[in-house]
Design a protein around this ligand. Structure first.
Ligand code: BGC
Length: 735
């Protein structure tokens, strides 16, 4: 009898495979069956495909598959497609406990249907659209076997020399926080179906502040800046439910982010209550040795773990040394279980124990990728990202029968339209500017490249461009830099329009015809020299698959531009970093225009060429009559601020009305302006609307150096306008 009962027990499937049980019980049961080597394996992530970082003693696919079979791999990145993910998952199913792998990938702005780069997308100020775009990207990726995207990047940056500004949401903490939240929601949904994927908040923290904009460089800023400027965007993404967070490459306060207890244990886990898991950036555990913080691989594994870091992307130090560190008593099994449990949790949550191939279905992959519907969403998103910087004499929009000459290598180079992070998007599928304009403007009569791929030019290129432009009504010139210069490891000392493109513009200018410049770039470039050589300028960024169509939509007036830049455009390279939310300094200005001794440049203006929040429409808007509900306020009160916005032009248009505040005196100095709200309003010509904003403690408080939220009495300004420079202002006092 006894023998019989034991036998039945042995045949019963383990508790962790019982889908009816709550996840935490299943996790606990599974952990109780795992060896320390298998637990360390869950913290191991290697690239199973392309390399998106340096090879660190890579031993090839065979060794990796062996690790998968032995249960010593928790996740692979860069493995995709329903066929490949299934094949490798099948190997994981040969492991002792059959713990499924997580497949991670950089789905940054689309998977197959490519959306505008995140920086451009953010210029739409359209959160529902942003969430929708991420949702499409998630569904495509999920249909191709991917469980997890390494996005959104929530790094605030003021520095267009940094190639990765393209991945973020610009320079403003308040707005970037909203965008980060929307992106997380779009990617993850409720994680209950297989149309959504895990998101990853990166790079925690402060990576956008790399000195001189140089990739992988040092970061060094105060805790006041950390709390007020850099953290809100990550926090919003965590609050939106992001499942994972990625360490940054940089140091903060002299300690590499991957080993930084203050950032991970104190802020992320304790103060923010983050319950998900962390993944290192590519090799960032091991890089702590190069930083001069860890003495060797084992020390790196220990320091990363003790600081609160978890999964090890590509360093292989955790899989190798965690078991030893546990045996030596430096790390307890309880600590290990807590961390591994978090990773297992998401594997259960995605339903992978029930069906490890849930995301790997070729029919679904075929049906869901690059659909007409996805492309149409991408086209709308792309048009919503184009910023109209200049429009003298209302040159734009152009009538569809306008005789156009199109000049510029990038207008006909699909490869140059795509940036570094295009996942499985193919530039061959993308619509070039030439194609987009051709299908909208039948009188596009001539095209000439005008410059070479290094942005230089020569007499013969200029000559053929001027010949091409001679009989046109309007010359459209695509200037900027190659899309290939946008992304990781693409730092530039001179983010500007090249001398060659300026010569080209000058030559075209002599023809005396109106010139429209289309600027393509993954970052704001210095446009100071180009601007006077043009009549209209559209900042087109890198718009993805529908690039050319979206530009045609805007140029023809089929769609009206509504975007506003979320990064300031520097006047000169030497002015970088330039951003709207700077401190006032002790020498902000002087009343005497000829005066000396104040903070400025002697050779250029102090302010940006185009400030944060700037973007024109085909109509114009007038702001009048700013009113506040009270001149004095108690800390518990709410203040209503209103302004009248009128469409003062002769076309319908949509305006993004922006609200800024200033705290004149506080226990730590506050920026001259801080965005605290915005609203969209659509108005017909001549129509006006009163726009109301409500502000209170939340908008008026700030963080001290310890991350404590402070609300202090004193004088404040509230400002409203269509960009961060041109605002109406009213003062009030909080008691
Ligand atoms: C980047 C990350 C990226 C990772 C994986 C790193 O080099 O910094 O943002 O997610 O590679 O591709």
């Amino acid at each position: 009898m006894m023998f019989f009962a034991a036998n039945v027990q042995a045949q019963k499937s383990p508790v962790y495979l019982d889908a009816k049980l709550p996840i935490d019980i299943r996790v606990k049961d599974l952990l109780s069956r795992m060896t320390i080597e298998e637990k360390a394996g869950q913290l191991n992530q290697l690239s199973g495909g392309a390399f998106t970082g340096p090879a660190l003693n890579d031993n090839g696919q065979k060794e990796k598959m062996q690790l998968v079979k032995e249960g010593k791999m928790g996740s692979l990145l860069n493995v995709l497609g329903s066929t490949d993910t299934r094949a490798i998952q099948e190997v994981a199913m040969q492991s002792r406990l059959k713990i499924p792998l997580l497949f991670g990938y950089d789905v940054i702005h689309g998977y197959k249907t490519i959306f505008p780069i995140p920086l451009a997308e953010a210029c739409s100020w359209n959160l529902p659209q942003i969430e929708k775009n991420s949702g499409v990207a998630a569904k495509e990726a999920a249909s191709a076997g991917v469980h997890w995207t390494f996005a959104p990047m929530c790094d605030i940056s003021n520095d267009p020399r940094w190639g990765r500004v393209m991945e973020g949401a610009g320079e403003d903490p308040f707005y970037a926080a909203l965008v980060s939240g929307a992106r997380v929601k779009g990617f993850q949904g409720s994680l209950k179906d297989n149309d959504h994927i895990l998101s990853c908040v990166k790079h925690f923290a402060g990576y956008g502040a790399v000195e001189g904009g140089r990739e992988y460089n040092t970061v060094d800023f105060s805790r006041v800046q950390l709390w007020n400027k850099y953290l809100p965007s990550y926090k919003a993404a965590v609050d939106a439910g992001a499942a994972t967070v990625m360490n940054a490459f940089n140091v903060y306060d002299g300690i590499p982010a991957s080993g930084n207890k203050y950032l991970i244990n104190d802020i992320l886990k304790k103060r923010w209550g983050f319950k998900g898991f962390l993944v290192s950036d590519w090799g960032s555990f091991k890089e702590m040795i190069w930083h001069g913080y860890a003495s060797d691989d084992k020390d790196a594994a220990l320091k990363a773990f003790k600081a609160g870091s978890m999964m090890d992307m590509e360093s292989k130090v955790t899989v190798k040394y965690l078991p030893m560190l546990v045996k030596e008593g430096k790390i307890t099994m309880q600590e290990v279980d807590e961390v591994v449990g978090k990773i297992l949790y998401f594997k259960f949550k995605l339903g992978l124990f029930e069906d490890p191939y849930k995301f790997s279905n070729p029919e679904r992959e075929k049906a869901n990728l690059f659909t007409a519907e996805n492309r149409s969403i991408a086209r709308t998103a792309a048009a919503g990202a184009i910023v109209l910087l200049k429009n003298s004499n209302n040159l734009l929009p152009l009538k569809k029968d306008t005789k156009i000459a199109l000049i510029g290598l990038y207008a006909d180079s699909k490869a140059d339209m795509f940036d570094f992070w295009v996942a499985q998007g193919s530039s061959n599928d993308a619509v070039s500017v030439l194609e987009g304009l051709k299908s909208t403007f039948p009188n596009l009569m001539a095209y000439a490249p005008g410059y070479l791929s290094d942005n230089s030019t020569n007499d013969s290129l200029i000559q053929s461009a001027t010949i091409a432009a001679k009989t046109a009504d309007v010359i459209v010139v695509n200037i900027g830099i190659s899309g290939k210069m946008a992304g990781e490891d693409r730092a530039l000392a001179y983010p500007q329009i090249s001398a060659g493109q300026i010569s080209l513009l000058k030559a075209l200018r002599t023809l005396g015809k109106p010139i429209v410049a289309l600027v393509s770039s993954g970052r704001p470039l210095v446009l100071t020299e180009a601007e006077p050589l043009t009549d209209a300028m559209l900042q087109c960024w890198i718009l993805g698959t529908e690039h050319g169509n979206a530009i045609a939509d805007i140029m023809s007036g089929d769609k009206t531009p509504t975007a506003k830049t979320v990064m300031s455009f520097p006047y000169a390279v030497g002015q970088i970093p330039v951003y709207y939310n700077h401190f006032n300094t002790g020498r902000p200005t002087t009343d005497d225009p000829a005066g000396n001794w104040y903070s400025r440049y002697r050779d250029i203006p102090r302010d940006a060429l185009y400030p944060f929040g700037f973007g024109l429409s085909y109509t114009s808007f007038a702001y009048n009559n700013i009113k506040i509900s009270a001149a004095k306020l108690k800390s518990s009160d709410k203040l209503t601020v209103s302004v009248t916005v009128k469409n003062s032009g002769n076309k319908s248009g949509e305006e993004i009305v922006q609200l800024y505040i200033r705290d004149y005196a506080a226990s730590v100095v506050r920026p001259v302006k801080e965005l605290k709200g915005y609203q969209r309003v659509t108005l017909d010509p001549g129509a006006s609307e009163v726009i109301n904003f409500t502000i209170g403690a939340k908008e008026l408080s700030f963080y001290d150096a310890d991350g404590k939220q402070m609300l202090e009495p004193g004088k404040f300004a509230v400002m409203i306008g269509g960009n961060s420079r041109d605002v109406l202002s009213a003062d009030f006092e909080m008691e």
